[in-house]
Design a protein around this ligand. Structure first.
Ligand code: ZN
Length: 344
């Protein structure tokens, strides 16, 4: 899978060693909003102070010039629009056809099944990339040639990145790649020491791009009326008596020793401050919520461990709600902290 960022960074490589160039990031804003006009001010507000306004204006102008990387086409088409407030018209731009073609180009399917492509990999090994079937029962058989897939991939993200992607897929194993029985399949050349075939998921990963489309939504915020409140109440949603956020009735809990209900969100926020994490030597994790005895979890990664812990906490709370038993308070954060060495 090639991300949109990878393709734009290939078109506009950064001169610095770290991070994408400002021009690649402004280009990304246009690529994410194909067919939409954006003014310089739009681009500036979308960049959210990541660069100086003048840098963004400069990138905007740069993208509207004929570019060598696009064979003399500009990345954005521009036009002037009249502004309502002041006399000076504003400049706005839209992703050009040439740029859209370069970024979103697809491999043309063929009817005849093309041959596999073979690439030499290090230590005398070979990589086989079979053609990718994209047809269906209705429109007959259609194939993507592995050679075309590789060429387009290199054109979009460069040879180095394409090789890195390919190597990653080959190393992944099933369902991305598989070892080939060399003696059975060997047809030409000296016997390679090993051969790997890219299969199903790997072929798709190699051939596909990750695209996205951003859509703007304008929202109007108005003070709530009694009617709104009634409608929300009918749906079981009311302000949390403790924090005031709209909360569903089933998510309100009564914590032992308190006079009013509070919401699950607040309880979870407090609990999270009392999590003690341990990373084991084999890289796996254990976590516990200090103050709730027995609330522990284990996982291969910290993410997995945290997900389990939060899930267990939820089940624990729901159980107590069902039994009508009181939910104990979470100790205050400062009492949860163990020694500095144990805090992660
Ligand atoms: Zn609340």
């Amino acid at each position: 899978m090639a991300t949109l960022e990878q393709r734009l960074e290939h078109l506009f490589p950064s001169k610095k060693r770290k991070g994408p160039s400002s021009i690649a990031l402004v280009a990304l804003i246009f690529a994410e909003r194909r067919g939409k006009w954006l003014t310089q001010d739009d681009a500036i507000s979308l960049m959210n102070k990541k660069f100086a306004d003048s840098t963004i204006r400069k990138a905007f102008k740069e993208l509207s010039r004929p570019l060598d990387v696009l064979e003399g086409h500009s990345f954005i088409d521009i036009e002037l629009i009249r502004r309502y407030d002041k006399g000076r018209p504003a400049l706005r731009g839209k992703l050009s056809e040439a740029a859209a073609e370069r970024i979103f180009e697809l491999v043309t399917p063929v009817k005849e099944k093309p041959p596999s492509s073979f690439l030499l990999i290090n230590k005398g090994g070979k990589l086989e990339i079979p053609p990718l079937f994209v047809g269906s029962e209705n429109n007959g058989s259609k194939w993507l040639s592995p050679e075309d897939i590789l060429l387009l991939r290199e054109k979009k993200i460069g040879k180095k990145q394409a090789n890195r992607l390919l190597k990653g897929i080959a190393d992944k194993g099933k369902p991305y790649s598989e070892s080939v029985d060399i003696l059975k399949d060997h047809r030409f050349g000296p016997l390679p020491s090993h051969q790997i075939r890219i299969i199903d998921a790997g072929q798709r990963e190699l051939a596909s791009d990750e695209n996205r489309l951003c859509i703007g939504i304008k929202a109007l915020v108005m003070p709530a009326t009694d009617e709104h409140r009634k409608r929300l109440e009918a749906a079981g949603i009311a302000p949390c008596p403790s924090c005031g956020n709209p909360t569903h009735r089933s998510d309100l809990i009564r914590i032992q020793g308190t006079e009013t209900d509070s919401c699950l969100t607040e309880y979870f926020e407090l609990a999270k401050k009392c999590i003690h994490s341990i990373r084991h030597e084999d890289g796996s994790w254990s976590e516990m919520i200090v103050g709730i005895s027995g609330m522990t979890s284990e996982g291969e990664t910290k993410d997995e461990c945290r997900k389990k812990l939060m899930n267990d906490l939820m089940i624990w709370i729901r159980d107590k709600q069902l039994n009508g038993s009181a939910i104990p308070p979470i100790p205050q954060a400062q009492f949860c902290l163990l020694s500095d060495r144990d805090r992660l």
